[in-house]
Design a protein. Structure first.
Length: 135
């Protein structure tokens, strides 16, 4: 399977669709990124039903910042448009397989329900708590 390059122009199309999208955030000068590239490509061949994309952090600094990437390499995983993982550092092949297996096994209806509950809880906390007036 060919890897897709992630950019500001194709971000919504790539990330917001259904299914699993795994992003490899890298830079040309990064040795660990170069070592990880064949691992990522091999996983793309094993998990053809998912989208594997690469983000050149030097070419896309605004998108890199938007995704909260502060170290490279970093793996980012979205499922059904929901951010599930941001993992800095080199991930070995078995770790990558485990990440994808766990993402596949998630009940996304449950994930969305939990996210809604958390958002509602934060909203009620913000409304119900007195604001501190101390400086």
């Amino acid at each position: 399977m060919a890897l897709t390059g992630l950019s500001s122009t194709n971000f919504d199309e790539v990330i917001l669709g259904e299914g699993i999208v795994l992003i490899d955030c890298w830079a040309r000068w990064c040795t660990a990124c170069k070592d990880f590239a064949p691992v990522f490509e091999a996983a793309a061949a094993r998990f053809e039903r998912h989208r594997f994309v690469t983000l050149d952090t030097q070419a896309e600094p605004e998108l890199t910042e938007k995704l909260g990437v502060s170290h490279i390499p970093t793996l980012i995983l979205f499922r059904d448009g929901i951010l599930l993982l941001r993992q800095p550092g080199y991930v070995p092949p078995e770790g990558l397989d485990e990440i994808l297996d766990k993402a596949e096994s998630l009940d996304m209806d449950h994930v969305r329900a939990e996210m809604e509950k958390e958002a509602a809880s934060k909203l009620s906390d913000d409304r119900g708590r007195p604001r501190s007036t101390t400086a």
